[in-house]
Write a protein that binds this ligand. Sequence first.
Ligand code: CP
Ligand code: NVA
Length: 302
Amino acid sequence: MTDFISVTDLGHEGLASVIELAAAVKTDPATVAGSRNRQTVGLFFEKPSTRTRVSSEVAAVDVGMHPVVLKRDEVGLGSREAVPDVARVLDRYLDVLAFRVFDHSHLLEIAEHAQAPVINLLSDLEHPCQAVADLQTIAEHRDLPGTVLTYVGDGNNVAHSLLLAGALMGMEVRVAHPDGYAPAENVVAEAARIAGVHGGAIEVGTEVDSLVSGSDVVYTDVWASMGQEEEAAERARVFAPYRVDGRLFGLAADDALFLHCLPAHRDEEVTHEVLEHERSFVFDQAENRLHAFKAVLLHLTA
Ligand code: CP
Ligand code: NVA
């Protein structure tokens, strides 16, 4: 049984086929409706969520699965009960275990103690389901190999999954970050290695204007992720030169796409003007979370 904890778990072939399947189920949802009848999926949330919470539950129901939504306080992962024990118990009831957690190592621990496939619904290290929807959205406009995506902002979970997913699909992924907020060195090294195999490229630096210049996709995320709220004021000061505004977006290719995983903080990491730009596809991207999650579920339960 395969897990989907890192976007790299699928490999090149797996990721390509999940993106293709996501596009197919978007076009014709009836083909997979009820195909996983009587299976069950646990959807656990240790942090807030709108898109992931709703799209995963709706996707599960659409393919015939029964979703069981669990919240942080009712489970007490690692506090009310040890992580391996929670994994071993849930594994007896559920066909798929999907978790949004603070600590990525908890996902690895759950996978070690459960037979069922484990899906990462966002951790401090990665957001792989988001990356599938992101690449599906880009593929609606252009071929992925060779596409230049520049992520502007914090080298966080979303940046990590984009680096790795883009590398797997032969894209050129650039990250423009303020000093001290680079993506993790081991993730960048792994992305560069994977990009080398699939004809892509990785570039990480602080020179935001030159990195955005000529890009096919400009992507940003919040400056302070969930759990970093107390750093928000300091980050707002440091990240201000990395705000995606009309001037910065104007340095990208004329037909560039703007993407954001949402929720967005208007006029912080992105201006209202860019978020509402005719080349902004953030709501298609949010919709694609539904189709992408359906594809992930189908792939892991095939
Ligand atoms: N993009 C995303 O994961 O949104 P939620 O936090 O609302 O699920
Ligand atoms: N980086 C953000 C993504 C939210 C979808 C966070 O972790 O809060």
